[in-house]
Design a protein around this ligand. Structure first.
Ligand code: UT7
Length: 321
């Protein structure tokens, strides 16, 4: 469905702000290196909240923004690569926390890594014929799967959640684009359980997040440009006509490269990775809510969200504010 609007958005920060200087104490790195190579200055890490707790707080914030009661939500979509459990789904836990048990509400999880929120909005736009009000959340506790001895990855990621509420619209359009390509080489992969039980081969380590940063960087440049162009085609506008681009907050150098390649003003890109780091599925959702909080979203604006991540996955959303 094309006639879709966002009626509210919100976010939740994890409890502890961890600065680059704090990481200097645990791995061989420096604030200067991290800032220069990524643009990140800090990230928020959870102390005792799990993904569903952060997701719930973001949902409450979005409901407040929409001036809406939880009971109006008919479908909850949670995108996450770090759910509380394999099962039950994090969306079901959020449903319970929102007090929606027994109500006419369905809950479903999505895993598309850092593209998760874009995939969530895409699914929501397809499902609005059936469900009137859909809560889409991107939520992560990446600190659970980050190897805190690996300086290549541990400096990048943070925890957090962002949420938005979507409904059918009479005058606003949303166009979406998604793409997935099997990453058989494991260029970017999270923790997994071994196929053979420890009983057979003694394997106990569930593994941490692993990433070939350079390979992901190359993929990101192409994927982000492609996603922006694909949704612009559908909206019948040129990328230069977009008012604000909210990209996945992975690395300022990725954003700058894309801006340069597409001949777009860097100011068109909303950036908050210096504060939050890379929060995977939550990143675009948090950025959208922060942009709103900072008064950067004005009625009638043409906005494009662009994500990329493990899978590989990528995608974009064009929306009108
Ligand atoms: O959501 C999607 C997730 N992932 C991404 O978006 C990641 C995309 N990739 C990147 O953002 C970048 O590739 C990184 C930030 C991960 C790495 O930056 P880079 O410019 O590609 O650095 P590099 O891996 O080529 O490393 C350059 C040097 C190496 O040392 P030598 O071999 O030149 O001596 C690394 O060992 O920097 C070293 N290094 C560090 N030094 C200080 C790597 N990590 C660190 C660190 N602190 N944290």
């Amino acid at each position: 469905m094309e006639n879709v609007k966002i009626v509210g958005c919100g976010y939740a920060k994890a409890q502890v702000r961890v600065w680059n200087e704090d990481l200097e104490k645990i791995v061989e790195t420096s604030d200067a290196w991290i800032q220069q190579r990524t643009g990140i200055q800090s990230r928020y890490i959870t102390k005792d909240e799990n993904t569903s707790d952060l997701a719930y707080r973001a949902a409450v914030d979005a409901l407040k923004d929409a001036n809406m009661e939880a009971k109006e939500i008919e479908l909850i979509l949670v995108a996450s690569a770090t759910p509380d459990h394999f099962t039950p789904a994090t969306s079901c836990l959020v449903q319970e926390k929102l007090g929606l048990n027994g109500e006419e509400c369905t809950a479903l999880d999505i895993n598309a890594a850092c593209s998760g929120f874009v995939y969530g909005l895409t699914l929501a736009s397809c499902l609005l014929e059936k469900y009137k009000t859909i809560l889409v959340i991107g939520a992560e506790t990446l600190s659970k799967i980050v190897d805190w001895t690996d300086r290549n990855t541990c400096i990048l990621f943070g925890d957090g959640a962002g949420a938005c509420i979507v409904q059918q619209s009479t005058n606003k359009k949303m166009f979406t684009y998604t793409k997935s390509t099997g990453d058989v080489e494991g260029v970017l992969k999270g923790a997994g359980l071994p196929i053979k039980a420890g009983l057979i081969n003694g394997e106990k380590n569930y593994g941490y997040l692993h990433m070939d940063g350079k390979e992901v960087f190359r993929f990101a440049l192409k994927a982000m440009q492609e996603s922006i162009e694909k949704v612009c085609e559908q909206a019948q506008i040129l990328p230069k006509d977009i008012d604000l681009i909210i990209p996945h907050q992975a690395n300022i150098r990725i954003i700058r490269h894309v801006a340069k390649k597409m001949q777009l003003d860097e100011d068109k890109f909303f950036v908050n990775l210096e504060e939050f780091g890379n929060t995977s599925s939550a990143s675009i959702a948090i950025a959208l809510a922060c942009a709103k909080e900072q008064g950067k979203l004005k009625p009638g604006m043409k906005i494009v969200l662009a994500g990329f991540g493990a899978g590989f996955t990528s995608g974009g959303v064009y929306l009108e504010w």
